[in-house]
Design a protein around this ligand. Structure first.
Ligand code: CTP
Ligand code: MG
Length: 192
């Protein structure tokens, strides 16, 4: 059923989507590059990437993902389970997938900032494309490295590619929505 695949594609991406807004809410303090600059004089990453944001983002994404898994287990809904199974044994492997999604998403965002600084784009300035997709690229890169079979099954093989297409289509819209909300709530200085 393609509808189930599409719903799963979005459901399983929730932790990756949660990670960066959670980093915005928890961020501050020591920057991940410890204030260091590259030979060009530009910061390695800049003050927009902090350790508190990184760990806050990972923690929140994993927490939400465990709630999702608990909902799947409690209701016996295999399609909603990160592992496809609904026994208590599903939690450790689900945690592996969740950590991959969370860390991949946040490091993708870090890589985006690294690229922006190398291009001479200051912290917080807009970089269309990069801002919207860096975290998704990181997520899929990490899945390819650490959860290859899971990535193939849910986003690449057969009709699952429609799930990938949906995620790619919906990501800029979600990104825009979340950033405008963050801006209106005063959590972000700019609406992107
Ligand atoms: N943030 C953080 N740590 C992270 C990611 C985000 O502390 N690992 C916080 C920072 O306060 C950051 C805000 O979330 O300013 C918004 O994140 P983002 O838009 O990714 O950073 P920018 O400030 O726009 O910086 P950049 O140009 O490097 O993307
Ligand atoms: Mg930004």
């Amino acid at each position: 059923m393609v509808w189930v695949l599409l719903a799963q594609a979005l459901w399983f991406m929730i932790p990756a989507y949660v990670a960066n807004p959670a980093a915005v809410l928890t961020g501050g303090g020591t920057p991940m590059d410890f204030g260091r600059t590259a030979s060009s004089g530009a910061r390695i990453l800049g003050d927009g990437k902090t350790w508190r944001g990184f760990f806050g983002g990972v923690g929140a994404a994993v927490f939400i993902g465990l709630l999702q898994q608990a909902a799947a287990v409690a209701t016996g809904t295999e399609a909603a389970s990160f592992t496809g199974t609904t026994s208590m044994d599903s939690f450790p492997p689900a945690l592996g997938i969740l950590l991959t999604l969370a860390v991949g998403s946040l490091l993708g965002d870090v890589l985006g900032s690294f690229v922006k600084r190398r291009l001479g784009i200051p912290r917080g300035a807009r970089a269309r494309g990069l801002d919207q997709y860096d975290f998704l690229l990181g997520t899929f890169l990490f899945l390819a490295l650490f959860q290859t079979a899971w990535l193939l099954e849910h986003y690449l093989l057969g009709d699952a590619v429609f799930g990938l297409a949906l995620v790619i289509l919906i990501t800029p819209l979600l990104h825009k929505g979340v950033n405008v909300l963050g801006y209106k709530l005063g959590r972000k200085d700019v609406p992107w």
